[in-house]
Design a protein around this ligand. Structure first.
Ligand SMILES: [Zn+2]
Length: 435
């Protein structure tokens, strides 16, 4: 089955995830995939904490079952779309002008389709991969994963027995850059790390009273003071192995020197990288961003409590230190509780897994510059890494010959180039057969 038709078909299943457990559900999409897999001779299972929130998992037995297995995970849910802002129906799955259009086209029903058509091709041609390949099409990535990857990892860890490495969202897609000498560089970053997600609720308590009689123990004031200190804090530069490798290899490919021994040198390198510096900029330090505020109910009443949500992201190896810094900044009048606590992820860059991804990209594009990168946010890798799995972001796509690129992720008119989907499927299949 052509990954292009399949991607369009998958878009027609509205799997909108509104967050906090509110969702259109992934069940129909999961059943559709499981049905086709069963017809092709596989033995998929559909699992989930509720009937609506379903994931499809299948293990493809490898030729050598003593080899460590590989997991491919891709999510079935999508973020909401506002149809009025789109130039077409976000759930129609239209194919035109060289693109597949619709919500999920590039996040990440494209990867679901590429993986799925590889499985169908294997079944048709009687091909088996060298090692066991476990495929998980999961629910709920666009929220916390509690109905998808996290639930599967907690309730059905046996599905992932023998899995040593995983590939998933974000990585292996060509980025076009211009080198110092004017030549074109095609950079293919592969995710090998993610900052941790430490979402927390801050609560200040004080003495409530009449607004006309100010008192020094005001919860709102305590909270504002803490948020101000957190916002003003200058997080130091920390170069993790992945980010260091990214900066070294990318600056070398673009042909300019980088001095990574000083903060100023790191900042200068990131600036000079231009577009390639965007992700690097968020991964050379930790961050803490206030996002939600909640206090008070009447202008003349001092409330007894005030709260705020803080989105903290910490680099691999810095979690304890980051929390200690936050606690110091909050001071004695503000407490914190976790809304979500997902430690950072880091997989080795010098591994045969990484080498195999690089080799597959180079077979497709001999001029490819394949570099490891750290993600600023997070994916379902955070759910699978605690099972002892080395998680990489690798959803490969080749360049569109006419220069089209994926666009509209989490925004309007989301689309993926038809040719990138087709070449991506070939790169993925090649990688899975060689690794
Ligand atoms: Zn996604």
């Amino acid at each position: 089955m052509d990954p292009v038709d399949l991607c369009a078909e998958l878009i027609r299943f509205d799997t909108t995830n509104w967050g906090e457990g509110k969702s259109e559900g992934e069940r129909e999409a999961a059943e559709y995939l499981a049905g086709l897999l069963t017809s092709a001779g596989y033995e998929p299972v559909i699992l989930g904490p509720t009937p609506e929130r379903a994931s499809t998992v299948v293990r493809v037995p490898g030729l050598d079952r003593t080899l460590p297995a590989l997991l491919i995970h891709a999510h079935l849910d999508v973020v909401p779309a506002e149809p009025a802002q789109w130039s077409l129906d976000p759930f129609a799955g239209e194919i035109r002008d060289g693109y597949v259009w619709g919500r999920g086209a590039s996040d990440m029903k494209d990867m679901v389709a590429m993986t799925f058509s590889t499985l169908l091709r294997w079944a048709e041609d009687g091909v088996r991969p060298r090692r066991d390949v476990v495929v998980a099409f999961v629910a709920d990535e666009e929220d916390k994963g509690e109905y998808g990857a996290l639930w599967l990892a907690a309730e059905h860890p046996e599905l992932f027995d023998g899995v040593e490495a995983a590939i998933g969202e974000s990585g292996g897609v060509a980025q076009f850059l211009t080198a110092e000498d004017g030549s074109e560089v095609r950079l293919y970053p592969v995710a090998a790390a993610e900052r941790g997600t430490l979402h927390m609720r801050l609560t200040a308590t004080g003495t409530s009273g009449h607004g006309s009689r100010p008192n020094p123990d005001n919860a709102v004031t305590h909270l504002i003071g803490a948020l101000h200190r957190v916002s003003e804090y200058a997080w130091p530069i920390v170069l993790t192995p992945t980010v260091r490798a990214y900066l070294q290899q990318t600056t070398a490919a673009l042909g300019f020197p980088a001095d990574l021994t000083t903060d100023a040198g790191v900042e200068a390198a990131v600036d000079r990288l231009g577009d390639a510096g965007t992700v690097a900029r968020t991964t050379i330090r930790c961050s803490a961003t206030p996002t939600v505020l909640d206090a008070g109910y009447k202008v003349n009443v001092i409330p007894g409590t005030a709260s705020a949500d803080l989105d903290v992201r910490c680099l691999p190896g810095t979690e304890e230190e980051t929390l200690a810094v936050i606690d110091g900044l909050l001071g004695g009048r503000v407490t914190r509780t976790f809304l979500s606590h997902q430690p950072p992820v880091q997989a080795p860059v010098d591994s045969h897994w990484f080498d195999a991804m690089k080799a597959a990209l180079l077979r497709h594009d001999p001029a490819a510059v394949v570099v490891p990168r750290c993600m600023g946010g997070g994916t379902d890798a955070k759910a699978f890494a605690p099972l002892g799995i080395d998680c990489y972001g690798f959803s490969p796509q080749g360049a569109d010959p006419e220069g089209r690129t994926s666009d509209g992720v989490h925004g309007v008119d989301e689309r993926v180039p038809v040719e990138s989907l087709r070449s991506g499927q070939r790169i993925l299949q090649d990688f899975l057969e060689q690794v």
